[in-house]
Ligand binder design. Structure first.
Ligand SMILES: [Zn+2]
Length: 207
């Protein structure tokens, strides 16, 4: 778990959370660093996969149309990964949580009507390995924030850009264009260099 967020990252993140439209230059001013530093820090969050996207956030409470429901599932433990990937692929399923206890998965469905909700449950969710234990329609959303609190010393887990394995300890880093690639070992880094050598030098020459 090699990247640890520091105070600069935190100010940048908070400034982006307040207003995701801010430019690198505006973010840099708020965090009291130079524009290239702000840009490099944010690119690092993006390249590591921690910062997935910057998107508009809508107020679900303002939406009068639509139905949202929390559904408790009991999933065959041998099929948890397979079933969770399947559920994640369905657009109407907005959250998938693996949980402790006998009901081991909780999902949230958003769709346009009670009829659609029923048909999603009957046709898409009920299948081998899944039992619907309970479902509750959400009558009103009072608060709906991101799933974790950004706080100092958050550590971002990295995966190797060559083999895809988790990186334990310090990553081997390779500068590519304006960003960085991370590897679990020297062998992976060298294999990556061999495979993408031409592209890497082209990117590095362009900056
Ligand atoms: Zn690797």
């Amino acid at each position: 778990m090699p990247i640890v967020l520091d105070k600069i990252d935190m100010s940048l993140i908070n400034a982006m959370l307040e207003d995701g439209r801010r430019s690198y230059r505006q973010l840099a001013r708020i965090a009291n660093v130079s524009t290239p530093t702000a840009e490099a820090r944010i690119k690092r969050m993006i390249n590591s996969g921690f910062l997935k996207k910057i998107v508009p956030v809508f107020d679900a409470a303002k939406v009068e149309h639509g139905v949202s429901a929390i559904v408790y599932l009991k999933v065959d433990p041998h099929l948890v990964n397979e079933i969770s990937s399947y559920l994640q692929s369905l657009e109407q399923i907005r959250n998938v949580f693996l949980t402790t206890g006998e009901w081991n998965m909780i999902i949230r469905i958003a769709c346009s009507s009670n009829e659609e909700l029923q048909s999603i449950m009957d046709d898409k969710i009920v299948r081998q390995g899944i039992t619907i234990v309970n479902s509750q329609v959400i009558t009103r959303t009072m608060k709906d924030e991101q799933g974790f609190i950004v706080s100092p010393d958050i550590r971002i887990g990295l995966t190797c850009d060559y083999c895809g394995g988790d990186i334990k300890g310090n990553p081997f880093k390779l500068k590519v264009g304006e960003g960085e690639r991370y590897f679990c070992c020297k062998t992976c880094m060298n294999s990556y260099k061999e495979k993408y050598g031409a592209r890497i030098s082209k990117l590095n020459n362009n900056i």
